[in-house]
Design a protein around this ligand. Sequence first.
Ligand code: KG4
Ligand code: ZN
Length: 348
Amino acid sequence: MVGPVIFGDQLILGIETSCDETSAAVVRGQRVLSNPIRSQLDLHEKWGGVVPEAAARQHIEAILPVVDSALDEAGLGLNDLAGIAVTNRPGLVGALSVGVTYAKGLAYALSKPLIGVHHLEGHLVSPFLSRANPAPLPERFLALIVSGGHTELVAVRGLGNYEILAQTIDDAAGEAFDKSARLLGLGTPGGKAIQELARSGDPRRYALPRPMLHDPQRLSFSGLKTAVLRTVELEGAGLDRPGLAASLQAAIVDSLTSKVVGQFEQEEWSDFALVGGVAANVALRERLQFECQKRGVRCLIPEFEFCTDNAAMIALAGAWRLATGQKSDFSLACLPNADLPAHPGLVA
Ligand code: KG4
Ligand code: ZN
């Protein structure tokens, strides 16, 4: 075990605006002092998806009040901060630009270090955040990142040292939930709505595909949404909606679990982390906890507050980078696509 010192104990402000949540947070080491999140879900719901231009405009309106409430809640002022961490990649460029430009201005005016953070590195450290009792960071762990934009199985061989072992070749797991929820006329976020409806359904009601179950490196979810559409059309008024929601959830859980179990058979792991918005799914959490327990693997899952996009995870990744002497310069760019860093010390 590496002690908590790896994250330092300085006060770091985190800023997250990569998609449709404006969030700011203050952390001291692994402890979260504040983490307000302003969601744009209502704004984008009427268009059936995130509209990049509208997202950027909404971040502009929200960023100052959200940072103010993060500082107020923490009982701190700007001068108390040791550094400013901001998501600069990957994400919607217009949305990222709002957070990055704001963070640069703040860092410049206060003469404090600026740290650009990869959004997925934020998700990877999210199980180690807490307001009360943070979990210790293992030296290495296997992580499944499942969100609206990503589905990746990652070998974390120390922070900053990431190897992608498996990933989706088309849609992300969260996208499969969201698109199917739309087909079923459910609200957003789709994953949560499907989970609620699935509670009263039979997961064996409809036979849905689980492609690439035995391929250790690849996942695919686009066929699932087509199968859901076909079922909705075929069944018409006789559709068993809870049954379809439960069958869909079971297909996604099976597909994801097969990759994790396959990796447990390939390599010895004593710690596993489930992260990203879809980590809020109770069926997925329970299934992976069960698979871990069977093998004596510790299963790390973020508290619900830190599963979906939030700035506390960005602040924590930034805290680690700053504690290890890394920072960005003021030419920090916003990148729509970017691989997870393969070596520690790679700060953009
Ligand atoms: O990590 P996140 O907030 O944003 C991205 O980085 O994409 O993940 C959002 C995704 C959405 O697809 C949403 O439907 C899904 O997380 N999600 C869930 C649940 N809560 C949120 N999926 C399944 N079950 C849930 N309870
Ligand atoms: Zn995310």
